[in-house]
Ligand binder design. Structure first.
Ligand code: CTP
Length: 384
């Protein structure tokens, strides 16, 4: 009798700070090299020593990694370098076959390769790093949204960005270093979208839930915190439509049906909304948003395990036509959405599903407080 083959278990570690679709793509590729993917999220202390303090806490970083659909298990407090002791633990306790990392060099402060031992043991495999996105680049884009004045003069966006790229063995100029990145370098291809999508439509009797939003950044709290802390005079204008934590809302929305369809608003819709809402000086800031473009936002949402399909460029108003075309049973929205404060003369985008009796407001969970992201970046910077 043939023995059932043991599933191949692969391990990928990382900081996953300010998680982006490059991280998701790394996790996707890692999962393709085995049957089960275990992810070790590096502890705050280890990141601090090796790269400088992280912006998001271990708890939040674990939540975000765990929401990615290619991840099977998440381990907290992983070490930055694979030590002999940890490697043995991976092989025995976690039954890992291979350690995976991107093809960017990962050097320790003393110049050693963090994966040297795994390589020597013949247990190392490599994936291709995703071009065009990095945490450094995202910080640069975020800083563009903050007036330099609000950073107190001592911190130029480029010096903050430089701080954030510590520990990265990359040519700094390629990252748009001196002039913070304005434009996304992401090249959306049809293949990448196919790689990220589930490729399955809803079943014949599926209850289809629809939710729309900007979904700018994996964690909308980033941007929200950015505005709130810097000047009480600046209203919260740039949180994504989702308000609190998009992942959590997506989970709640998915629980209401069998198939979750997510409408991602276009860059133009988002910019237009900002312009509508803001006074003129804020309108200038609005021009920098969204931080992630439509395609980047679509990939991030597609990587989420609760999402079945996305509409890449959803209309602002949920029309009768859309409801029929996509056979939508329920339209949901979070409570904290900034765009819900309509003035009388503006139309409510959910008027039609409301009239049809298929609209439901979800209470956005507020427990995730990535409070004061920018303040953290600034104070981290002061540590050097
Ligand atoms: N990764 C990737 N593509 C990117 C960024 C990261 O493939 N654009 C991979 C890394 O190679 C690593 C994994 O994602 O295998 C976890 O990443 P992390 O430790 O967070 O990597 P960083 O290199 O610090 O990511 P970033 O530059 O965005 O901060």
């Amino acid at each position: 009798r043939r023995r059932r083959k043991k599933p191949v278990r692969v391990y990928m570690d990382g900081c996953f700070d300010m998680m982006h679709y490059g991280h998701c793509n790394a996790l996707r590729q890692a999962r393709m090299l085995g049957d089960q993917l275990v992810v070790g999220v590096i502890s705050d202390e280890e990141i601090k020593v090796n790269k400088g303090p992280p912006v998001t806490s271990l708890r939040d970083r674990m939540l975000m990694v765990g929401a990615v659909k290619w991840v099977d298990e998440v381990i907290p407090d992983a070490p930055y370098a694979i030590t002999e002791e940890f490697m043995n633990k991976l092989f025995t306790k976690y039954d890992i076959d291979y350690v995976i990392h991107g093809d960017d060099p990962c050097v320790l402060p003393d110049g050693r390769d963090a994966y040297a031992l795994a390589k020597k043991a013949g247990r190392y495999k490599q994936i291709k790093r995703t071009e065009g996105v990095s945490s450094t680049d995202i910080v640069g884009r975020m800083l563009l949204c903050v007036r330099e004045r609000s950073l107190g003069g001592r911190h130029s966006p480029s010096s903050l960005q430089r701080q954030f790229s510590r520990g990265h063995n990359q040519k700094l100029d390629d990252l748009g270093f001196r002039t913070p990145t304005r434009i996304s370098h992401f090249l959306p291809t049809s293949r990448r979208i196919v790689q990220f999508s589930n490729g399955k439509g809803p079943g014949p009797d599926a209850r289809i839930v629809y939710i729309d939003g900007a979904f700018d950044l994996f964690h909308a709290g980033h941007v929200e915190a950015l505005e709130l802390d810097h000047s009480a005079a600046i209203p919260t204008v740039c949180s994504s439509v989702m308000g609190a934590n998009p992942r959590e809302i997506l989970r709640l929305a998915r629980e209401l049906g069998d198939f979750l369809l997510v409408g991602i608003h276009t860059d133009e819709t988002i910019r237009f909304l900002k312009l509508l809402k803001l006074l003129s000086y804020l309108a200038i800031q609005g021009a920098h948003r969204p931080i992630m473009n439509l395609h980047e936002r679509s990939l991030s949402v597609l990587a989420c395990r609760y999402v079945d399909e996305v509409i890449i460029g959803a209309p602002w108003e949920v029309s009768k036509d859309m409801i029929t075309t996509f056979n939508i049973s329920l339209v949901v929205h979070g409570t904290i959405a900034e765009n819900m404060n309509f003035r009388k003369e503006e139309t409510d985008p959910y008027a039609i599903p409301m009239a049809m009796g298929i609209y439901k407001q979800l209470t956005s969970p507020l427990d995730i407080t990535t409070s004061t992201i920018i303040r953290r970046i600034v104070s981290n910077h002061e540590a050097y």
